[in-house]
Ligand binder design. Structure first.
Ligand code: B12
Length: 168
């Protein structure tokens, strides 16, 4: 499904597809994920650690974040998914309240990935020392490092990185 949706993005880029096709593809992806979820092996208990996930403010792309959430749950993590287009304040309030082991942020647009930097800076200013993990098609390892976060390219890598962060 992922190569197919990436191809949709390419066709949209080339102006062969437009927003309706993009939306129809996203709907198909959501339905397919909902179909798969009950068939995936579930961890018996969510005791490996607590992870907050959110797509940053201004960004409504959540398919990738939802895949990361699904994988983390299957590997035994307690996931608090704040959803998409989430404001800095909501993320920080949740961090204070839930005291997670890791906060995962997703952004799919160059215009919204800059919000990750603000969230981390605000968190540090408020004394939140929690590790941040960032991801999303436009995010790179170099960008993550520059804002003081870890990076994972997909859900499988996210599981590995979070395991390391919690062990350290
Ligand atoms: C589907 C889609 C949509 C859907 C989103 C539906 C939804 N519920 O998510 C809809 C149709 C709503 C949409 C809207 C728009 N979109 Co759009 N969209 C896409 C598309 C085709 C696919 C994104 C996707 O789901 N990929 C599949 C998932 C599985 O991949 P992923 O998100 O990258 O996630 C993986 C990894 O990145 C990682 N990951 C993701 N999040 C996280 C988080 C953490 C913590 C970690 C560790 C890892 C991680 O793991 C995931 C699993 O492997 C992309 C093209 C592309 N190639 O990315 C454009 C794209 C992202 N969209 C784009 C644009 C411009 C828009 C619109 C502005 C269009 C418009 N004119 O209105 C709006 C944005 C509105 C907004 N404010 O957010 C551009 C962004 C350009 C840029 N570089 O900034 C892209 C790149 C298309 C393009 N080529 O121009 N879009």
């Amino acid at each position: 499904m992922i190569p197919a949706i990436v191809r949709v993005g390419d066709l949209y880029d080339k102006k062969i597809y437009f927003l309706p096709q993009l939306m129809a593809s996203a709907e198909a992806m959501k339905k397919a994920l909902a179909y798969l979820e009950p068939h995936l092996k579930k961890a018996a208990v969510a005791d490996k650690g607590k992870v907050i996930l959110a797509t940053v403010r201004g960004d409504i792309h959540d398919i990738g974040k939802n895949i990361v959430a699904l994988l983390l749950k299957n590997y035994g993590y307690c996931v608090i998914d704040l959803g998409k287009d989430v404001s800095e304040q909501v993320i920080l309030d949740a961090a204070h309240k839930e005291k997670p082991d890791v906060i995962g942020l997703s952004a799919l647009m160059t215009t919204t990935m800059v919000n990750m930097k603000d969230i981390i800076a605000l968190a540090r200013a408020q004394g939140i020392r929690t590790d941040f993990l960032v991801g999303g098609a436009v995010v790179t390892d170099a960008y993550a490092k520059s804002i003081g976060a870890s990076f994972a390219k997909d859900g499988v890598e996210a599981v590995k990185v979070i395991e390391k962060l919690i062990k350290k």
